[in-house]
Write a protein that binds this ligand. Structure first.
Ligand SMILES: C[S@@+](CC[C@H](N)C(=O)[O-])C[C@H]1O[C@@H](n2cnc3c(N)ncnc32)[C@H](O)[C@@H]1O
Length: 242
């Protein structure tokens, strides 16, 4: 058995793991939010884009689209027509230019375990946003994790690769851990331990206020209603503070 960096072995089965996720509706929602808040459709940068499931749906809406992710194996899963791909950390972005839109989708910000790292991400976003640029990111909230307070195990198979997931949430530390074990024929079994921190809405708003961004709105995920601490996912919209 080998321990590997997150989203290395898992990249091979990620799309299978997410096969029930309605990315069409998710991308439509993000498009409507960006449009509804007066966003421009020139250039867009997606952070933590993973295997490009949102990218391939949003890229055609923009003149230019850049997908990025910490894991080059995730980025390498598929081509996104007309988009370029850059492997990088969302807390230290290798760009020296501005974007009209930035997206971080599907609990990816929860992978930033310390508040300092969230602040670094927010300040990097502020550095790269143009005058009318908008940052869109979501965060999974505690109610979502509480559904998994007791360990939940599931085993599946995709293209001959078997994988198992054990999900558990520690209410005291606010850390949600997903342990994946991936087994391909004739290869050692690989274990990846994914830890995500579950922040409160108030904590994230405080971090935005402490950053070079200002909050435009915070919505309950997939809706246009104001977000609630008791919701399952919050959708944040922020812009650069001038
Ligand atoms: C749950 S997946 C979401 C992927 C994609 N956004 C989607 O909707 O399918 C989380 C992604 O966050 C990426 N990630 C985690 N930490 C990151 C970081 N510090 N910088 C950039 N990407 C990161 C992982 O590599 C992974 O692809």
């Amino acid at each position: 058995m080998r321990n590997r960096a997150n989203y290395s072995a898992l990249a091979r089965v990620y799309d299978h793991l997410m096969r029930t996720i309605d990315y069409d509706s998710w991308a439509k929602y993000l498009f409507m939010v960006h449009d509804g808040y007066g966003g421009r459709f020139g250039s867009a940068l997606e952070l933590a884009a993973g295997s490009g499931n949102i990218s391939l749906r949003l890229a055609p809406k923009f003149r230019e689209y850049v997908c990025s992710d910490l894991s080059w194996r995730m980025l390498g899963q598929k081509d996104v027509d007309g988009a370029s791909r850059v492997a990088c950390d969302m807390t230290a972005l290798p760009f020296a230019r501005e974007f009209d839109a930035m997206f971080v989708v599907f609990d990816s910000v929860n992978y930033l375990l310390e508040k300092d790292r969230v602040l670094a991400f927010l300040n990097e976003a502020a550095r790269l946003l143009g005058v009318d640029g908008l940052l869109h990111f979501d965060a999974s909230l505690e109610r979502n994790s509480l559904r998994h307070t007791t360990p939940k195990r599931s085993r599946r198979q995709s293209n001959g690769v078997a994988y198992e997931q054990v999900s558990r949430y520690d209410r005291r530390t606010k850390i949600h851990t997903n342990t994946f074990s991936v087994e391909a024929p004739n290869e050692p079994r690989v274990v990846e331990r994914h830890r995500q921190r579950i922040y409160g809405v108030k904590e994230i708003v405080e971090l935005i206020n402490a950053s070079d961004l200002e909050l435009v709105d915070c919505l309950e995920g997939f809706t246009f209603r104001g977000c609630r601490e008791e919701g399952t996912r919050a959708q944040f919209i922020a812009r650069k503070e001038f």
